[in-house]
Ligand binder design. Structure first.
Ligand code: SF4
Length: 424
């Protein structure tokens, strides 16, 4: 009922979100923006972490080879659709992308030879993948932004999370990475792991900042109901911090980060080098390649099939692997944009006008009243900057969105290769 009420007041519609099976003609690819980002999804992992909600499969050498061929075919299928539009960034995520580093070299070459690409290339790295050979290869491939998935320095917690490394190996990995001088080294740290204390989180923060990295991405573990960790937490009655304790943790993170000279660059990130941020999720428009990759431009948000085999087969038959499409109303588009700007912590009203030709304040009067009334945001030079409380509320909304919306969408997509319709 609450969701229904929110949908009616914020989105001004009573129908649920509708994802429909893709058919030729129901996406206008001319709507791809003149400047667009690319996301490449590599779904392979050596082992599966029990908390992981992402689209992944166990690594198989032969399948990985066929996957590479499929990726190249998919990228080339977009040649006419993207034409001479500018590709402004490439992010490679997973899964564990570096398992296919040699294959990715060919994939990036295809992008560079066929598109007008100038920009950053970012990649996610698993700590045990780091060695001199890999880092030299990344440099050769002109990858300049890297994100190392550390999660915590606590060996016991790493084991609990199913991460196959120790603090000692993390230390080796970061020390080596630093000698390669990438433009941005981001480190992922997770909070609210069952059994974790404030002191544990503080220790992780002190340790990570001691490496003088460029950026820290720090976020609470969101337990997706579909994961095996969710079942384990219920069965064993494991406890975690409450919402209000999470608020205190956020304040502690802010304080320690500022003491170390880092400023907040988004809801989950702190940086020293703000020019080259690792920001895989905040593009205004992007085209995704790979199994489970999503794309957003114009009025469209769509997802490829999550099934790696179905993805490969579709491309071997020269078919586009898009599974489901959501065609947004004008208002949904604005809210989608606002959601990600709230993630940045700053909403630029001028940019809103440029994109939608409307005055943001008039369009979202109620939102502005609520922001002011509950001290969630402040206006500064034509921008709305979220306050600490506003950022905390965003955390909460993001969590609910993940647990109730993404969990359903991704679970269904992992169960069925091709889905006729989903209404959420
Ligand atoms: S968390 Fe990362 S490494 Fe672990 S299974 Fe998921 S994608 Fe793979």
């Amino acid at each position: 009922m609450v969701t229904d009420l929110l949908r009616r007041t914020i989105l001004k519609k009573k129908e649920k979100f509708l994802f429909k099976r893709y058919e030729k003609g129901n996406i206008d690819f001319n709507a791809i923006n003149n400047e667009v980002g690319i996301y490449i999804h590599i779904p392979f992992c050596k082992s599966i972490c029990p908390y992981c909600p992402y689209n992944k499969v166990l690594y198989e050498k032969n399948k990985a080879q066929r996957y590479k061929e499929a990726l190249i075919k998919e990228i080339l299928l977009y040649k006419e659709k993207i034409g001479d539009k500018k590709i402004t960034s490439i992010y490679i995520g997973g899964g564990t992308p570096t398992l296919l580093i040699h294959e990715l070299e060919d994939v990036l070459q295809v992008v560079q030879e066929n598109y007008d690409f100038h920009g950053d290339i970012g990649i996610e790295i698993y700590p045990t993948a780091v060695n001199e050979e890999l880092l030299c290869k990344l440099k050769e491939m002109k990858i300049n932004l890297i994100s190392l998935g550390v999660q915590t320095f606590d060996d016991e917690k790493l084991k609990f999370l199913g991460r196959a490394y120790t603090e000692k190996e993390i230390h080796k990995a970061i020390t080596l990475i630093k000698t390669f001088h990438f433009q941005c080294v981001d480190i992922d740290i997770m909070t609210n792991i069952p059994g974790q204390t404030y002191e544990d989180i503080k220790n992780d923060l002190e340790k990570v900042y001691a490496y003088e990295i460029d950026q820290l991405s720090i976020y609470p573990l969101i337990v997706f109901p579909m994961t095996s960790l969710s079942r384990r937490i219920k069965e064993k009655g494991l406890t975690r911090f409450s919402e209000w304790e999470e608020k205190k943790i956020l304040q502690m993170i802010d304080k320690i980060s500022i003491e170390h000279g880092y400023e907040r660059t988004s809801i989950w990130t702190y940086g020293k080098n703000t020019e080259n941020r690792y920001t895989s999720v905040t593009r205004e428009s992007f085209v995704g390649f790979g199994a489970g990759a999503s794309s957003h431009f114009g009025n469209y948000f769509y997802m490829n099939t999550f099934h790696t085999d179905a993805y490969i087969k579709a491309l071997e038959e020269e078919k586009i692997p898009i599974n489901m499409v959501n065609t947004m109303t004008g208002r949904e588009k604005m809210i989608f944009w606002l959601f990600w700007r709230c993630y940045d912590g700053v909403i630029d009203q001028k940019r809103f006008y440029e994109l939608f030709g409307k005055d943001m304040k008039k369009e979202f009067q109620l939102l502005f009243v609520l922001l002011k009334l509950f001290l969630l945001g402040k206006e500064k030079n034509g921008k709305v900057v979220l306050t600490d409380l506003g950022r905390f509320i965003y955390h909460y909304v993001e969590k609910q969105y993940s647990i109730h919306y993404l969990n359903y969408l991704w679970k269904r997509s992992m169960e069925e290769a091709w889905i006729e319709e989903i209404q959420i």
